[in-house]
Design a protein around this ligand. Structure first.
Ligand code: CP
Length: 313
């Protein structure tokens, strides 16, 4: 197995073979997560810093669990409890952390490009846990894993990505990752939630009409409206947005019987998904995606840090 990456910052640096190696490694970690003692000694002695400078539930908790299940020492760091509030720069902060002889930095930051700066400053493996509107590569990997597990393949699938394309770092990684793996991608959004040049994302098709697109799709990937990143109202009201782009029981009738629904979380309930679609529809893979977060993050840590004791040892 050739896996020659130091960082995971830009998913477009990974080939289909690299991504499949991650998915297969993640699958091998499933056995560890389903036994009573959910721990292997693979990365014993490694220290990983989780630098979260923006809020997170899923990414932060699953990285921490993934590290613990691989026997890493972990340190949670970031936000308003650090000396950055006194004016310390990102570079000085990283140099300080590196003095502790750490081995890897996982970073979430509101500034696109922060992971590159940290990689350059530290010389250590860096994993992007979401940077500004740029990318969220481990989210793309867990999404691919969940779709691969549900459908048995990625190649040839037609995936529709619905909603706030413009503000979504999930799209920044997921669209290129799906294209690398041979899927067809349609983005579905009002013009006001598209970037000025939708073609730069690499999607095959762009449409504003969800109802026309739904019967064509194998996977419907719903995005959250990113209220915290929106300055000017892109639609008259959330109610109107939900009427045109929300998934509910009525709209489900337009889907094929085997079409699945994904969402990166957190959900704006009643906006992009109603509670029936989120919780009760057998199409929903949302909690499978959450679980895949541990598996794929274990795989990424294992492959980047060069653990060689075997996934199930
Ligand atoms: N999908 C995702 O990144 O969720 P969190 O913001 O809770 O980590």
């Amino acid at each position: 197995m050739a896996f020659n990456h130091k960082n995971l910052i830009d998913i477009t640096e990974y080939s289909a073979e690299d991504i499949m190696t991650i998915l297969q490694t993640a699958q091998s970690f499933k056995a560890v997560n389903e036994r009573r003692v959910k721990k292997v000694p693979t990365l014993k002695g490694y220290t990983v810093v989780n630098m979260f400078n923006e809020p997170s539930t899923r990414t932060k908790s699953s990285f921490e669990l993934a590290e613990k299940r691989l026997s890493c020492d972990t340190m949670a760091f970031g936000g308003t409890s650090t000396s950055t509030v006194k004016g310390e720069s990102l570079v000085d902060t990283v140099k300080t952390l590196c003095s502790y002889k750490i081995d890897c930095i996982v970073v979430r930051d509101k500034h696109a490009g922060a992971p590159y700066k940290i990689a350059q400053t530290s010389g250590l493996p860096v994993i992007d846990a979401g940077d500004g509107k740029h990318q969220h590569p481990t989210q793309a990997l867990l999404d691919l894993y969940s779709i691969w597990e549900a459908k048995g393949t990625l190649e040839g699938l037609h995936v529709g990505i619905v909603g706030d394309i413009n503000h979504s770092r999930v799209c920044g990684s997921l669209i290129p990752a799906l294209k690398i793996m041979g899927a067809t991608v349609t983005v579905i959004a009002p013009n006001t939630l598209l970037p000025a040049r939708p073609d730069i994302l690499g999607a095959d098709y762009v449409t504003a009409n969800l109802d026309e697109a739904l019967p064509e799709l194998d996977v419907v990937y719903m995005l959250r409206i990113q209220m915290e990143r929106i300055e000017d109202a892109p639609f008259p009201s959330l109610r109107e947005y939900s009427l045109l782009y929300g998934l509910n029981k009525d709209r489900e009738k337009l889907m094929r019987p085997d079409t699945i629904i994904c969402h990166p979380g957190p959900i704006n309930r009643g906006v992009e998904l109603d509670s029936y679609m989120a919780d009760h529809s057998t199409r929903s893979k949302i909690l499978d995606q959450v679980y895949a977060g541990i598996l794929t993050r274990m795989a990424v840590l294992y492959l980047l840090l060069g653990g060689n004791d075997g996934a199930n040892s």
